[in-house]
Ligand binder design. Structure first.
Ligand SMILES: Cc1cc2nc3c(=O)[nH]c(=O)nc-3n(C[C@H](O)[C@H](O)[C@H](O)COP(=O)(O)O)c2cc1C
Length: 187
């Protein structure tokens, strides 16, 4: 039986203010058309979620992929609000909250700072793994299996007017999408 994949995009403005996440999602759509894609910015521009609808969507999924840009070392506000409103006691956790038991949670994210800046003593202070500890524990608290992450750095806003850098960032974003699909297939 085929497993149902749900990819949730947490970017706050994919249409007007994204380079990398947009490319990643477009490519993922091409290589994994069987997945369901939820774009929080287009579906919920006002941050007011249809909680029942979103809980049903999650219930139906076997693999949940969170696709997001690192905004202040974590998920963007929109994705955080979605987590706050949809993953509630009695649904995702608590003695009666068993809806997500055993589902796999995969993270797919990008950062502006290059990978090598994320290390102890470096400009970003800590390895990237340290910043995702809350999401790992989020998976555990919701009885989901944390399936790891695919991460690409150096996808900076500052490089958006440099043609050569844009070309490299595009290649990196495309490769990122391939890695995400390979990872999903391996789960
Ligand atoms: C509000 C905001 C906060 C950001 N915070 C971080 C950060 O904490 N660390 C980092 O490396 N990059 C940070 N960035 C850069 C983004 O992570 C980067 O531009 C994004 O991953 C690229 O994806 P996109 O082109 O789809 O927006 C931030 C960007 C914005 C707009």
């Amino acid at each position: 039986m085929s497993r149902k994949i749900l990819v949730v995009s947490g970017h706050t403005d994919l249409k007007n203010n994204s380079f990398a996440n947009k490319i990643i999602l477009e490519r993922l759509n091409e290589i994994m058309p069987e997945a369901e894609y939820l774009y929080l910015d287009s579906e919920y521009p006002d941050f007011k979620f249809d909680v029942e609808k979103e809980q049903e969507r999650l219930r139906a999924a076997d693999i949940i992929v969170l696709q997001f840009p690192f905004f202040w070392y974590g998920v963007p506000s929109l994705m955080h609000k979605w987590m706050e409103d949809v993953f509630v006691h009695g649904f995702s956790h608590g003695s009666k909250g068993k809806a997500l038991v055993g589902k796999k949670l995969l993270l797919s994210f990008t950062s502006g700072a290059p990978e090598e800046m994320y290390q102890a003593g470096g400009p970003q202070g800590y390895p990237v793994d340290d910043f995702i500890i809350p999401l790992k524990q989020f998976a555990k608290a919701c009885s989901m299996e944390f399936a790891g992450y695919i991460y690409s750095g150096g996808l900076s806003y500052a490089s958006r007017h440099d043609d050569e850098k844009l070309k490299q960032m595009r290649e990196k974003a495309l490769l990122h999408a391939e890695k995400v699909s390979e990872k999903i297939r391996s789960l």
